[in-house]
Ligand binder design. Structure first.
Ligand code: ZN
Length: 138
């Protein structure tokens, strides 16, 4: 069995941003040389997420509105976690959106269902953060 590991870095200029990273993961898969196996993609930070869904701008906006209803960013004082930090909402949003995704690899390709794309969701940006890609198989 072969094993491949890579860290991808992302830096956003805004506090929150959704980025379609599917082509980055496809490049990793190509680099790995693995054609049958599993691909794990996880945010390496507790205020960022990886998720799979449609790459559609309306849906991106809907996530923003939905998450703001569940865990509004402001007022910062509403959260016990905020004091030295102001990112309690980002921790909560990360828990909802998830840490990682796993995709099957079949015949050298990411084995997606219709419209599935891999996304990185920055929830407390304006700094560089990492995504881990781990691929195992043959
Ligand atoms: Zn925090």
């Amino acid at each position: 069995m072969k094993s491949y590991r890579k860290e991808l870095w992302f830096g956003t200029e805004t506090r929150r941003k959704i980025i379609d990273i599917t082509s980055d993961i496809e490049a990793c898969l190509e680099e790995s040389g693995i054609s049958e196996g599993l691909c794990l993609v996880n945010a390496m930070h507790i205020t960022a997420s990886c998720f799979i869904n449609d790459a559609e701008s309306g849906l991106y906006g809907d996530y923003e509105k939905w998450l703001e209803k569940l865990a509004p960013e402001k007022p910062y004082s509403q959260y016990a976690h905020n004091g030295f930090e102001d990112n309690a909402d980002a921790h909560l949003k990360r828990t909802i959106m998830g840490r990682e995704v796993v995709v099957a690899i079949t015949e050298g390709r990411l084995d997606f269902g219709p419209w599935e794309r891999i996304h990185y969701y920055e929830l407390d940006g304006k700094r560089k953060k990492r995504v881990l890609v781990k691929i195992i198989g043959d």
